[in-house]
Design a protein. Structure first.
Length: 390
């Protein structure tokens, strides 16, 4: 088989790039390890930066998002017995975020690929990049039980944190930076009316909680739990009781509870791999970086990688200009690290750290007091949350 761009990974990063390249006549193939059902069953991100929403529209996949998604101009932080609102619209110069689940946008991207005859292969086994440092790289894999070689101009590693691409970069080339947090997030999805029209991030002495949503009939909630907890330790009733304990009384009192239709625990880590290029292979999205979801930057950091890669590929194929490809890693990492900083700051400010000394606990409280005493501080938070410029 032969293509111009071979993309390993059929999550939002790989699919978005495939769709954008296809629209410009650049041939590509997506190799996905799992079934489509498995990919679409994963419940992940919920908040899209306006830059991501624009990319979905440019990929001709934004119609359902614009119809079913919700524009949010702010969110709340519950702390020290009060609820303070972060006015994103006011403090970001008129920007906002789009609340639309990753599951749905991934479905939209798959459907666009199908509609346009895109080549997306599922149940792909043993994908392996080869000869990345030559002008003739290729990928081998097993498709429907048959060993296949795909010759290409470029390989995109969009295969997430546990993928093969990053691990194919020699250890003497790759630099990895990681921080693991001493807790996880237990999340549930329930067919209930969201407790609040806007998100509520709660800092509480019992631990962090988050009230989010997917629609007006589908709620998404999280509570911070110890790393030793297992999903089976938590009945729905225990979850709802603990969530309410961590929220202001009037919020807990009006909460509509119901059976969980999805329940999972995600560990929290900050991770960056440098460089995001190795010869003719480029890393994008979770393959190169991971953030704790506190700042809603995970999927959104993937978007800027894809934006840069897309324009670099256009410049190469349409103008014979490789400047974008040569600058990709540095340019993507510059924005990735700013998202890392913001996600780390939100995580450090809002979670209970079991081993925090009294001084650090006081600093956490002062961090939020200062935030809501300063319009400039709220401006900094807002510009990061709606998305720094690509
Ligand atoms: P993905 O991991 O989504 O996709 C990579 C794809 O590559 C997968 O489908 C995988 O099956 C495939 N793959 C892996 N190895 C392969 C191989 N060898 N061959 C072929 N295919 C292979 N972000 C937020 O903003 N908010 C959240 O609340 C949030 N919650 C999250 C919860 C969890 C449990 C996880 C893991 C992540 C969460 N994220 C969240 C981050 C998440 O949204 C990612 O940023 C987003 O999925 C990134 O998309 P991709 O880069 O496409 O990676
Ligand atoms: C979600 O809705 O899943 C969500 C929203 C905001 C976050 C993290 C997760 O910061």
């Amino acid at each position: 088989m032969k293509t111009q761009v071979c993309i390993i990974g059929g999550g939002p990063s790989g699919l978005m790039l495939a769709q954008l390249l296809h629209l410009k006549g650049i041939d590509n193939i997506v190799l996905e390890r799992q079934t489509r059902e498995y990919v679409l069953a994963r419940i992940r991100a919920g908040v899209l930066e306006h830059g991501f929403a624009d990319l979905m529209r440019e990929a001709q996949c934004g119609e359902r998002m614009d119809r079913e998604g919700e524009i949010h101009d702010g969110f709340y932080i519950a702390h020290a017995g009060k609820m303070d609102r972060v006015d994103l619209h006011k403090y970001s110069g008129g920007n906002s975020v789009m609340v639309y689940g990753q599951t749905e946008l991934t479905r939209d991207l798959y459907e666009a690929r199908d509609r346009m005859g895109g080549k997306v292969y599922h149940n792909v086994e043993d994908a392996q990049p080869h000869d990345m440092k030559t002008d003739t790289p290729y990928v081998t894999c097993t498709l429907d039980g048959e060993k296949v070689r795909i010759d290409c101009d470029y390989i995109i590693g969009a295969d997430g944190f546990h993928g093969v691409s990053r691990k194919s970069i020699p250890s003497d080339v790759l630099r990895e930076y990681e921080r693991v947090y001493p807790f996880g997030w237990l999340g549930i999805l329930s067919r209930t009316k969201p407790v609040s029209p806007e998100l509520i991030y709660a800092k509480h002495e019992r631990g962090f909680a988050l009230c989010s949503l997917r629609s007006q009939v589908l709620s998404r909630y999280y509570i911070q739990v110890p790393l030793t907890d297992k999903v089976e330790d938590w009945s729905d009733e225990a979850f709802w009781d603990e969530l309410k304990r961590r929220l202001p009384a009037e919020v807990g009192a009006r909460m509509e509870t119901g059976p969980s239709i999805e329940k999972s625990i995600a560990p929290l880590r900050s991770f960056v791999a440098e460089p995001m290029r190795y010869g003719r292979m480029f890393l994008a999205g979770d393959a190169a970086h991971i953030v704790p979801p506190t700042g809603a930057r995970g999927l959104n950091s993937a978007a800027s990688d894809i934006y840069y890669l897309y324009h670099a590929m256009l410049d190469h194929y349409l103008n014979g200009d490789d400047t974008g490809l040569d600058n990709y890693s540095d340019k993507a990492l510059a924005r990735v690290w700013k998202a890392q900083r913001f996600s780390w700051w939100m995580t450090m400010a809002l979670h209970k750290f079991p081993d925090n000394i009294a001084y650090d606990q006081k600093l956490q409280e002062i961090e939020l007091e200062y935030l809501f005493s300063s319009e400039r501080a709220q401006g900094s938070l807002a510009e990061n949350y709606v998305g720094l410029p690509f």
